[in-house]
Structures are given as structure tokens and as C-alpha cells.
Design a protein. Structure first.
Length: 118
């Protein structure tokens, strides 16, 4: 999350998203999440439980691409967790570490359409 007056140092433009998904970690843990912003390099999620920095995870969610919903599967690592309020639970930042070529194409296509302006 960027504070006022701070320069955004992300490598990739972000775009708002509000899409339900699933996050899997620790081999057997599966939880619902909401993907709230997305870029080629990572995503921010809302979820009910905090995750430790460095936790490796897999996230599955859909985006609108090519005029229909398409499934994305990405592997990543948690870079931050912050309290987000009672309704949202926790905001979790994930840096992507791997994805299949199709998911990469979908994210690139989605992200290229109106990046978030901060």
C-alpha cells in the first residue's frame, strides 16, 4: 500500500480487480480470498487469516479476458500482511514466482487495460 507523497516503485502497473479466488499454502491449507489488485508481478488479496512473510502459495482466480472469464493459476510468495479492517480481514501482498504461459498472457492482457493510477 502506498502512502501519500511516496513514489510508486513497482515494476509493473497494477489494475483493480474484485474477484473471488482460492489460495493454497503449507501443502494442505486452502482458503477463500478476494483478489483486489493485479499486475504482472503480483497481487493483493483480502483474506480472513494472516499469512507470514515468505509463505509460498498457489492462487487460483478468474479474470475477464477476451470477453469471457478465464482461470489463472499462479505461484507466489507472501511479501506483506496487514490488517484491513473487520469486513476485509487481512490484506496480503503476494509476489509471483511462477505461472504457466497461458496465465502470464491473461495477466498481461488484463493489466494492459487501464492500469491503476495512484
Amino acid at each position: 500500500m502506498q502512502e501519500r507523497g511516496q513514489r510508486d516503485v513497482r515494476k509493473h502497473p497494477r489494475r483493480h480487480l474484485n474477484e473471488g479466488g482460492r489460495i493454497m499454502y503449507s501443502g494442505t491449507e486452502h482458503h477463500d480470498c478476494a483478489v483486489v489488485d493485479l499486475s504482472e508481478g503480483g497481487a493483493a488479496l483480502y483474506m480472513s487469516a494472516p499469512l507470514r512473510d515468505g509463505t509460498r502459495c498457489v492462487i487460483a482466480f478468474d479474470v475477464d479476458a477476451y470477453n469471457r472469464k478465464k482461470r489463472i493459476n499462479v505461484w507466489g510468495e507472501v511479501v506483506y500482511t496487514r490488517g484491513a479492517g473487520v469486513a476485509q480481514g487481512f490484506r496480503v501482498g503476494v509476489r509471483f514466482t511462477d505461472m504457466d504461459p497461458y496465465s502470464a498472457l491473461l495477466i498481461r492482457t488484463f493489466s494492459a487495460n487501464k492500469p491503476i493510477s495512484l
